[in-house]
Design a protein around this ligand. Structure first.
Ligand code: PHE
Length: 372
């Protein structure tokens, strides 16, 4: 405990979460305190944070084309803005409380910056960017974290320019990739589906031998524009994942590092420039397994949430290592491996045993499963 205090905690920021308006113990709320307290941190607005540096680089690219930036819109949005206005069907998995943080039945922590398309289109904006924190309940590994950051872009065209939209969209985003990574980056387009664009594409870049999806985009669906009172017009939209891009650009190996308070991380970016991150250390991981018989309502994201809640940023990865159906009872058993590893110090066996014990108890109490 004492050791942990040694690292200077100059960057701690205060939560702006409106606890009075949205009590976390309300019936439909599935937002844990450790998520709520980070609302308002706004890493993307810190000029010497890799996400802030990247946001500025991206802005530099779009600003000369007349795009206006909105980077202080509240991440607390209605389900109407996050889903309905974007034609996301009422039974779509992304609406499920296993995937999305709900503050009440009709209010969520935005799952993407597309949640702001409707309101900005309604005000008559024709070229805008939205940057902000987005929230998703998800798996735990080096590139997934329940809070990450996106930058959205929208451009509306005059009626006589409509045949240009798709080609301009792809060309601009390829130029943006070159602006960020240089001429030599290898990239490819993949056809995909989003309910709010048609056609829709993803851009992937080749990084250390693997294709990495860095953005989604497409021609805005006519119904999205019509709902915002812009039915006569057409345009394009895109959404970039800032952590994904920053991990490649700055060579940051683990997404948890964006949240560290360790000065050995932050002082490397003091210049506000894109520089290669020099890992200061790599501490050993500690693995613990947990096995249990599933109850019908079990979702792995509920386990992930408990582990995050108990271990915070000490958890590096959680994954299924065994899936077994009992031949007689027909019951399913899962075994998950949890990798604990700190970004800034060595962990002791005792402290991890203590955490694992709390995880085991919470799994039984909160999820009603039976440990094996
Ligand atoms: N909102 C999409 C996502 O989060 C990305 C996107 C934005 C796709 C705009 C198309 C248009 O994955």
């Amino acid at each position: 405990m004492i050791l942990r205090r040694v690292w200077r905690c100059t960057r701690r920021s205060f939560s702006s979460f409106p606890y009075n308006r949205y009590p976390l113990d309300a019936p439909n709320c599935n937002v844990p305190r450790n998520i709520a307290k980070r609302v308002g941190t706004n890493l993307h607005r810190q000029p010497q944070h890799p996400l802030g540096i990247l946001q500025r680089r991206i802005l530099e690219f779009w600003q000369p084309h007349g795009f206006q930036l909105y980077d202080q819109l509240s991440p607390i949005v209605s389900t109407t803005h996050n889903f309905d206005h974007l034609r996301i069907p009422s039974d779509h998995v992304s609406r499920s409380p296993s995937d999305t943080y709900y503050l009440n039945a009709t209010t969520v922590l935005r799952t993407h910056t597309s949640a702001h398309q409707h309101e900005l289109l309604k005000t008559g904006q024709n070229r805008f960017l939205v940057a902000g924190d987005v929230y998703r309940r998800d798996e735990i590994d080096r590139s997934h974290y329940p809070i990450f950051h996106q930058m959205e872009g929208v451009k509306i065209f005059a009626p006589h320019e409509q045949n240009l939209i798709q080609s301009e969209l792809k060309e601009s985003l390829e130029q943006l990739a070159e602006h960020l990574f240089g001429q030599h980056i290898t990239k490819r387009w993949i056809d995909t589906y989003f309910p709010f664009t048609e056609p829709s594409f993803e851009l992937e870049i080749l990084f250390e031998g693997e294709w990495l999806e860095v953005l989604g985009c497409g021609v805005i669906h006519p119904e999205v524009l019509a709902k915002a009172g812009r039915g006569e017009q057409m345009g394009y939209a895109f959404g970039l994942g800032l952590e994904r891009l920053a991990m490649v650009l700055f060579q940051i190996p683990d997404i948890r590092l964006f949240w560290t308070h360790d000065e050995r991380f932050h002082r490397q970016f003091a210049s506000g420039e894109i520089v290669r991150f020099e890992p200061y250390s790599k501490f050993p991981p500690c693995f613990k397994d947990i096995s249990f018989w599933l109850e019908s309502a079990f979702h792995v994201n509920d386990l992930n949430e408990i582990v995050r809640d108990v271990a915070g940023d000490l958890v590096e990865r959680v994954w299924l290592i065994d899936d077994f159906v009992h031949p007689k009872t027909g019951k399913t058993s899962h075994c998950y491996r949890i990798a604990y590893r700190s970004m800034d110090r060595s962990l002791t066996n005792e402290e991890i045993d203590d955490l694992q014990e709390v995880v085991r108890n919470r799994v039984v109490n909160d999820l009603g499963v039976i440990l094996r």
